[in-house]
Design a protein around this ligand. Structure first.
Ligand SMILES: NC(=O)c1ccc[n+]([C@@H]2O[C@H](COP(=O)([O-])OP(=O)(O)OC[C@H]3O[C@@H](n4cnc5c(N)ncnc54)[C@H](O)[C@@H]3O)[C@@H](O)[C@H]2O)c1
Length: 430
């Protein structure tokens, strides 16, 4: 394991619990947390907020130190679109492992209008390219753990392989990458990443794990033993993820919103398991110079099946939620075959930490405890972005904060420059 591990996107839903988990497991290692706090700002821009209150980064780190007794987390405010700053981070910390989560991660957000689509693609491609190049220049032996999405595969109608697949054409056989077909500009940005990482592997011998992750659900992980360590939990239809949103719909609307026929299938895993899988992948890099694709999911459900599970557990909390069928705002097949090969994580020892029923109880408890924070934002729970009709250059309802169009500093995000380390304060020893 490396002496230092850099996590880009460490203020996020997955990044923060990952930093706490790896930091606590390896107190002798420095864990460098990099983020520009974009998600905090962009969730506000669609008139929403995390349902579970979250603390500022300095407060989170102080709580981590108090609770664990370790002081190995170091935060660097950096917009990963700034190539010089990313390079400086690599020159200063020389990590052997890098986890890249720092991207705009909402498909509906990317489909609001042209400006949001462009922001999502440019942000995501730039962060990835800056990290790839800075690694090739400064730490060529380091391992990149790049977070992609199962959505990169689309709905192919055959079993999704993990890595390459064999094809045959006119009597000749070849191994090719599994076809990647996006359903949103967000997912397309992840496909660009996959090809950019693969090319960097071919040209610069970059050692990389490209994770195709399913939809994550849950509010907590084992280390979240103090409320001030809580990770964000998004409830609105733009930033929330499916299972989390169902519980919120059950509590706030007393019904679950089913898109189309509800027969669309997805892979899911709990936040516990996302963190465990990421840790396993950091701990078990591929051979030096290898590129590996990992399918990271636990179970596959169709959306109606999941709604049934949420309805059942809801009854234990006195909630008898009905179903409301709404027009599917996405452009996707209503019914489709969906099977996914998952060999690598089980071969590394992956085992489910908690089952869906147990985690659903935890989500209900967190949502019920914070239901007053939904306030008058109930309309945000209904789908607000329709793929087909979002053709505007700028949609009137949701405006992208202008400052997000280029590299941001802490002052753009509402922080005083002396509150957080910034570019000028990063000392680099060459
Ligand atoms: N949550 C899921 O269900 C899920 C599923 C599959 C894949 N993913 C992927 O996992 C990763 C993490 O997702 P998450 O749910 O924690 O999202 P998140 O939005 O909570 O976290 C992403 C973090 O990256 C930061 N960030 C974005 N752009 C940045 C930039 N230019 N510079 C520095 N920091 C930047 C954000 O501020 C945020 O803290 C993302 O790449 C996402 O696409 C998430």
């Amino acid at each position: 394991m490396a002496d230092s591990i850099v996590i880009f996107g460490a203020d996020g839903y997955i990044g923060w619990p990952l930093a706490v988990h790896i930091g606590n497991k390896y107190p002798e290692k420095k864990i460098v947390l990099v983020d520009n706090l974009a998600t905090r700002k962009l969730v506000k821009s669609v008139h929403s907020r995390s349902l579970v209150p979250i603390k500022s980064i300095p407060h989170r780190i102080a709580t981590y130190e108090r609770v664990t007794g370790h002081n190995n987390l170091e935060f660097v405010f950096a917009d990963a679109r700034d190539s010089e700053l990313v390079d400086t981070i690599f020159r200063k910390y020389r990590p052997e492992s890098v986890v890249h989560l720092a991207q705009q991660r909402s498909a509906p957000f990317s489909m609001i209008d042209q400006e949001h689509a462009m922001y999502s693609e440019l942000n995501n491609v730039a962060t990835n390219m800056n990290i790839i190049y800075a690694m090739a220049r400064n730490v060529p032996a380091a391992h990149l753990v790049k977070m992609g999405s199962m959505g990169e595969y689309g709905q192919p109608g055959i079993e999704i392989s993990e890595g390459e697949m064999e094809i045959e054409r006119k009597g000749r056989k070849a191994n090719v990458m599994f076809p990647l077909v996006a359903g949103s500009y967000y997912h397309l940005s992840k496909i660009f990443d996959t090809f950019n990482v693969k090319l960097a592997n071919k040209i610069f011998d970059l050692t990389a794990t490209d994770i195709m992750q399913g939809v994550v659900y849950g509010t907590r992980t084992d280390e979240m033993i103090d409320d001030d360590l809580a990770t964000r939990f998004d409830f609105d239809s733009i930033w929330g993820t499916l299972i989390n949103k169902y519980v919120i719909q059950a509590v706030a609307l007393n019904k679950l919103l089913i898109y189309g026929k509800g027969k669309q299938k997805r892979g899911f895993l709990s936040l516990y398991d996302s963190i465990n899988c990421l840790t396993l992948l950091v701990e078990n890099p591929p051979k030096r110079g290898e590129y590996r694709i990992v399918n990271q999911l636990d179970e596959i459900y169709d959306t109606l099946e999941l709604a049934g599970k949420v309805q059942t557990i809801g009854k234990e909390y006195g909630i008898d939620a009905g179903l409301e069928y709404v027009q599917n705002p996405r452009v996707e097949k209503d019914e489709h075959f969906y099977e996914v090969e998952t060999k690598i994580l089980p071969s590394l020892g992956f085992k489910r930490r908690k089952n869906l029923d147990i985690v659903l109880h935890e989500i209900f408890e967190a949502v019920l405890a914070n239901r007053s924070r939904i306030g008058d934002s109930k309309e945000m729970i209904y789908p607000t972005v329709n793929w087909k009709s979002a053709k505007a250059n700028r949609a009137p309802l949701f405006k992208l904060p202008k400052e997000m169009l280029s590299v941001v500093g802490p002052e753009d995000m509402g922080y005083e420059a002396d509150e957080l380390p910034i570019k000028e304060t990063l000392e680099v020893k060459n």
